[in-house]
Design a protein around this ligand. Structure first.
Ligand SMILES: Cc1cc2nc3c(=O)[nH]c(=O)nc-3n(C[C@H](O)[C@H](O)[C@H](O)COP(=O)(O)O)c2cc1C
Length: 211
């Protein structure tokens, strides 16, 4: 079973580059891998559910790629089934470049990174835009399903992504980084310990150092 990601991305120019750098045979072995990686499994679901951001690439009419950041609460990008992703798209800088590009070409590429664990997942798919402002549309049902209530920012649309292929990348060159949320469980006990030590110091008549 050929690997779907390679089927979609190993163009003639890509193959020529692989030949140029002497990796053509290796790339072909990867392309002919036993795993198609076209349907999201438990590993991908768990990974996606924990992410609070991803990068979304679209294709513009001029041929230039365009990449933007999307962020939200962990799990805001939801796996609806083995080949469907969905998220509520917030109002942003009012340039509408991603959504505009999707009107001409529905292809998207997503990259999701788990910095602490140094893991990353890339996905290819076709996106469908469901406008929240469209009268009598299907958006309310989707927003309910996504449990998006515009509390963080106004939701302008829902993006449904029909996944075509995914692949995992290696950990190389990913610097571990930690969000405030990830550090909180480590920081809280330290803060409590410091507060207890300061209280003890006051009891003993000392003055705690200023922060
Ligand atoms: C008030 C505000 C200002 C922003 N300014 C910028 C900006 O100058 N450049 C940028 O790349 N993103 C900016 N962003 C983030 C983008 O608006 C956001 O990623 C948005 O979803 C992009 O939409 P698009 O991908 O359809 O172009 C801003 C967001 C907000 C809320």
């Amino acid at each position: 079973m050929p690997r779907r990601f390679a089927q979609l991305t190993f163009t003639e120019h890509v193959k020529a580059a692989q030949a140029h750098y002497g990796t053509r045979a290796q790339a072909e072995r990867y392309a002919e891998s036993a795993q198609a990686n076209a349907e999201l499994g438990a590993r991908e679901r768990e990974f996606i559910a924990a992410r609070d951001s991803f990068y979304l690439a679209t294709v513009s009419d001029s041929g230039w790629p365009y990449v933007q950041h999307r962020g939200g609460s962990p799990g805001f990008l939801q796996v609806l089934d083995a080949t469907t992703l969905a998220f509520a798209d917030f109002r942003g800088n009012l340039q509408y470049q991603s959504v505009g590009n999707l009107a001409g070409n529905d292809r998207v590429c997503l990259i999701l990174v788990d910095y602490p664990q140094r893991r990353r997942l890339k996905l290819l798919g076709h996106a469908r835009v469901i406008d929240v402002a469209a009268p009598g549309g299907e958006a309310p049902a989707w927003l309910k399903q996504l449990q998006a209530d515009a509390a963080e920012a106004p939701v302008e649309r829902v993006l449904l992504i029909a996944v075509e292929a995914f692949d995992w990348n290696c950990a190389k060159h990913i610097t571990p980084r930690f969000s405030e949320r990830e550090l909180q469980p480590l920081i809280d006990p330290l803060r409590q310990r410091i507060a207890a030590l300061e209280a003890r110091l006051r009891e003993l008549g000392g003055v705690p150092p200023e922060n």
